[in-house]
Design a protein around this ligand. Structure first.
Ligand code: PLP
Length: 386
């Protein structure tokens, strides 16, 4: 019997985790540089706010389906401080992580056969959400010669006319590319001229290096007419397990998403929301120190990769390095070979789409010494191979 879930691909990381567990059970020390789950904890004041709230006997019931007014106000404050964008807290919708928002927004607004423009390579949930909604994902390439930004003029007019939704994500997973406000302004104009809902997935705006400031698409005047931005505390505040995201921007899309969510989930545990309020409104100075830690890891990994004769692309933000694999390999075979022989887990580029073939993604989620050990192991394998 066919089921709706037949339309979904297996989640690569679920399969990978089973393989890593088997290697570890066999006694191998596997270094995971695959998934982008921050290894560092959130700041102490955040955890204290959560535990303090959890001790309150009144914290344990169902919460308003659109989140506490405090958390919506706290997100609005962050946007004001970080981006100079004034948002009405009443228009914001908390999410159970931005992944939930990506998937459910697709279900909330797409009709069968709608075209959805997705980046290739790109975060897998964009295509999975579109397929599950019965829509048609049509990819646009992110090419190194364009700085991994889409060439909006190269999207065929007929495709643009049929498109209902378009996904963007900068700083980008998996390429680590960044976009400036001028690009976002052009993307908003493109969406406006074709009547497309533009969704910017801003998961990495606060993980930046070398003084780069990543803009929000909502900094473009009038963006909310056509755009939604999804944001999350997962990477920005080392809170991936907390499942805390937000949708901001286009009111019609957010209302549709809330309607769906009132049937699909019942919001967050209040102490989690209270911790998030502390994260969003408390001292943000620790993020500078945290970003410096990632930057050191990036530098260590870049130096080692170049020392192996590889040519990683620059990484001004995100948790990732996007690197071409040695000639003659398919990315899945290369990642598997490195996992089985060097016991280092990298993400094969192909899982992000056909244009990801020929690359691997390395996540900066282990300390410098562990990254250096991993790089030495890979280097030794490459010496055996070449
Ligand atoms: C581009 C992108 N969007 C969304 C997510 C999901 O983040 P969250 O933990 O908020 O669901 C990720 C996680 O890796 C991501 O890379």
């Amino acid at each position: 019997m066919t089921k709706p879930t037949d339309k979904l691909s297996p989640n690569y990381f679920a399969t990978l985790s089973a393989r890593v567990a088997a290697l570890r059970a066999a006694g191998y020390d596997v270094i995971r540089l695959d998934i982008g789950s921050p290894d560092l904890p959130p700041a102490v004041h955040i955890v204290e706010a959560l535990t303090c709230s959890a001790r309150d006997s009144t914290s344990h019931g169902y919460q308003p389906l659109s989140g506490s007014s405090e958390i919506r106000r706290a997100w609005a404050q962050l946007y004001q401080n970080q981006h100079g964008v004034k948002l009405d807290p009443e228009d914001l919708l908390p999410l159970l992580g931005s992944k939930e928002g990506v998937f459910h927004l697709s279900l909330a607004i797409l009709n069968p056969k709608d075209v959805v423009l997705i980046p290739d390579p790109g975060y897998q949930t964009y295509a999975q959400g579109a397929r599950f909604a019965g829509a048609e994902p049509v990819s646009f390439p992110l090419l190194p010669e364009n700085g991994f930004l889409p060439d909006l003029d190269a999207i065929p007019i007929e495709t643009a006319r049929r498109a209902r939704l378009m996904w963007l994500n900068y700083p980008n997973n998996p390429t680590a590319a960044v976009a400036d406000l001028e690009f976002f302004a052009r993307a908003v104009e493109f969406a406006r001229s074709y009547g497309i809902l533009l969704v910017h997935d801003a998961a990495y705006t606060q993980v930046t290096f070398d003084g780069w400031r990543a803009p929000s698409i909502l900094e473009v005047p009038g963006a909310a007419d056509v755009a939604v931005e999804l944001n999350t505390l997962s990477k920005s505040h080392n809170m991936a397990g907390w499942r805390l995201g937000i949708a901001a921007g286009n009111a019609e899309a957010i209302t549709a998403l809330l309607k769906l969510k009132t049937h699909a989930d019942s919001g967050h545990f209040l102490p989690v929301q209270d911790g998030a309020v502390a994260a969003l409104t408390g001292d943000q100075g620790w993020l500078v120190t945290r970003n410096a830690v990632y930057q050191d890891r990036r530098d260590a990994a870049m130096t080692a990769l170049r020392g192996m004769g590889l040519l990683p692309h620059s990484s001004k933000a995100s948790l990732y390095i996007w690197c071409p694999i040695p000639a003659g390999w398919r990315s899945m075979d290369f990642a598997l070979h490195i996992l089985n022989t060097a016991h280092v887990s990298l993400t094969p580029g192909i899982i992000f789409g056909p244009r990801g073939e020929g690359y691997f993604r390395l996540s900066l989620v282990r300390p410098v010494d562990v990254i250096e050990t991993a790089m030495n192991r890979i280097s030794n394998r490459l010496k055996v191979l070449y």
